[in-house]
Design a protein around this ligand. Structure first.
Ligand code: SF4
Ligand code: SF4
Length: 199
C-alpha cells in the first residue's frame, strides 16, 4: 500500500484554516494593479484619426470606415477580438488617442455593443475627390513641423481653417494656380497646380 504524501496532507490541512487565495469577485470589485492592461478606450478629443493604431493592431481588432459624403472617418475598436497587447497605445502619435484602461469586467451578451469609437472630420481634395486625411491629423502635423509648415500649403491651410472662407469656395474644375493656392489639395493635384504655374 502506498503511503499518503505527507506534504500534500499538510497543505490540505493548512488550507482548511487559512484565508482563501481567490478574490470575492464578482461580489466585491477587484482593484487591478498598476500596469494592468484592460479595455482600450478611444478619446476622441486626443485622437487625430491617423490610423497608426489600426495599422499596428495584430488581432485586427480595430477597423475604420471613411464616409466621403459626410466627410467623416469612424474608427472602431472591437473588444471581443482584442488581445490587450497595448500596441495601439504605444503606436498612437498623440499618446492619448487610445489608452488601455483598467476595466476588466467585459462580459456581455451583445458583441456589437462591446465597441469604442472615434469619429473625425475628413478633408477631401476639391479637385479629384481623393481623401487627403483627417483635419485634426493635418493640424497635428502642422504643429509638429513648425516653421516648415510654410512649405506645404495644405498644412498651412489646415492650421488656418478657422478662417472658414476657404471651405466655402465651389469645387475646382481644374487646379488653376491662383484659386488652387487657397485650397487644401491632395499631393497629386498640388503638384499639377505647381507645374501649371511654373511652366
Ligand atoms: S490592445 Fe492590441 S489587440 Fe487590442 S486593439 Fe490594441 S493593438 Fe489591437
Ligand atoms: S491618433 Fe492615436 S488613436 Fe487616433 S487614429 Fe491615430 S493612433 Fe489611433
Amino acid at each position: 500500500m502506498r503511503l499518503p504524501k505527507m506534504r500534500e496532507i499538510g497543505e490540505a490541512l493548512r488550507s482548511l484554516f487559512s484565508r482563501p487565495y481567490t478574490t470575492d469577485f464578482p461580489f466585491k470589485p477587484v482593484v487591478p494593479p498598476d500596469g494592468f492592461r484592460g479595455k482600450p478606450q478611444y478619446y476622441e478629443n486626443d485622437c487625430v484619426g491617423c490610423l497608426a493604431c489600426y495599422e499596428v493592431c495584430p488581432a485586427r481588432a480595430i477597423d475604420y470606415v471613411d464616409d466621403k459624403e459626410n466627410r467623416t472617418r469612424t474608427l472602431t475598436h472591437h473588444q471581443d477580438i482584442c488581445i490587450y497587447c497595448q500596441q495601439c497605445e504605444k503606436a498612437c502619435i498623440t499618446e492619448k488617442g487610445i489608452v488601455l484602461t483598467k476595466e476588466y469586467d467585459l462580459a456581455t451578451y451583445d458583441r456589437k455593443a462591446s465597441v469604442t469609437q472615434s469619429k473625425k472630420e475628413l478633408v477631401i481634395c476639391p479637385h479629384c475627390g481623393d481623401i487627403i486625411g483627417c483635419l485634426d491629423h493635418l493640424r497635428f502635423l502642422a504643429k509638429k513641423v513648425g516653421h516648415l509648415l510654410y512649405a506645404n500649403p495644405t498644412l498651412l491651410l489646415a492650421r488656418h481653417r478657422e478662417l472658414d472662407a476657404l471651405e466655402k469656395q465651389p469645387p475646382l474644375e481644374s487646379p488653376h494656380p491662383r484659386s488652387g493656392h487657397l485650397k487644401m489639395l491632395c499631393p497629386n493635384c498640388r503638384r499639377e497646380m505647381i507645374l501649371k504655374e511654373q511652366w
